[in-house]
Design a protein. Structure first.
Ligand code: 3PG
Length: 209
């Protein structure tokens, strides 16, 4: 499963984190992101439209790998898998989420912000994790400090990352990719400016070293 999640995260340097209000615009948004090279897309379960949006993107957007974010319990996990998610992202670690992941073919990217959480997840068999909220929890300097004592663990930092600071993370040996909402700003989505989103996605994709 580690390999499964790694192969998805390695598709691109930036995983867009989306909060979507309706399934139709989520499809257009996902198409715009894929056109810019960002094929792995996380739709957060924070709106009533999220599950329908995952279903629609999975069915209609060619080349997209749609994952579900903000998974807080096993019920969310199961619903997200049923909707067609190819990966699951959680802001932290919870026993019910780990149990759901164990029973599922769809891999989990669990969240961590401390060495103890990293160690707990290592014991549960994970070596790829989200670092959340990245900027607030210590930023690139924190991950750099973890790279030697917690060697062999790889991260997708998310939270407070943008084009400005993404390289600070991407240049670290223990970072696979970063996550962020900056590639899908609310204003552009509301205006249906899909060309503008594709441009942001292309800029993000170009961060690939
Ligand atoms: C979130 O909390 O919505 C995600 O982690 C993305 O964070 P960001 O909006 O700071 O990129």
């Amino acid at each position: 499963k580690t390999e499964k999640v790694l192969s998805i995260l390695k598709l691109q340097p930036v995983v867009p984190v989306l909060i979507v209000d309706d399934a139709k615009s989520a499809v257009d948004l996902a198409k715009a992101l894929v056109a810019g090279g960002l094929r792995a897309i996380e739709i957060t379960l924070r709106t009533p439209a999220a599950l329908d949006a995952i279903k629609a993107v999975a069915a209609e957007v060619e080349g997209a790998n749609v994952g579900a974010g903000t998974i807080l319990n096993s019920k969310d996990y199961e619903a997200a898998v049923k909707a067609g998610s190819t990966f699951i992202v959680s802001p932290g670690v919870a026993p019910s989420v780990l149990a759901a992941a164990k029973d599922s073919a769809v891999p989990l990217l669990p969240g961590t912000a401390t060495p103890s959480e990293v160690m707990t997840l290592r014991e549960a068999g994970y070596d790829v994790m989200k670092f959340f909220p990245a900027e607030q929890a210590g930023g690139a300097a924190m991950l750099k400090a973890w790279s030697s004592p917690l060697a062999g663990t790889f991260f997708c930092p998310t939270g407070g990352i943008s084009l400005k600071n993404a390289k600070d993370y991407l240049s670290l040996p223990n970072v696979v990719c970063v996550g962020g909402s900056w590639v899908a700003p609310k204003e552009l989505v509301a205006a249906g400016d899909w060309a503008g989103i594709t441009k942001l996605a292309s800029e993000a994709f170009a961060l690939k070293g």
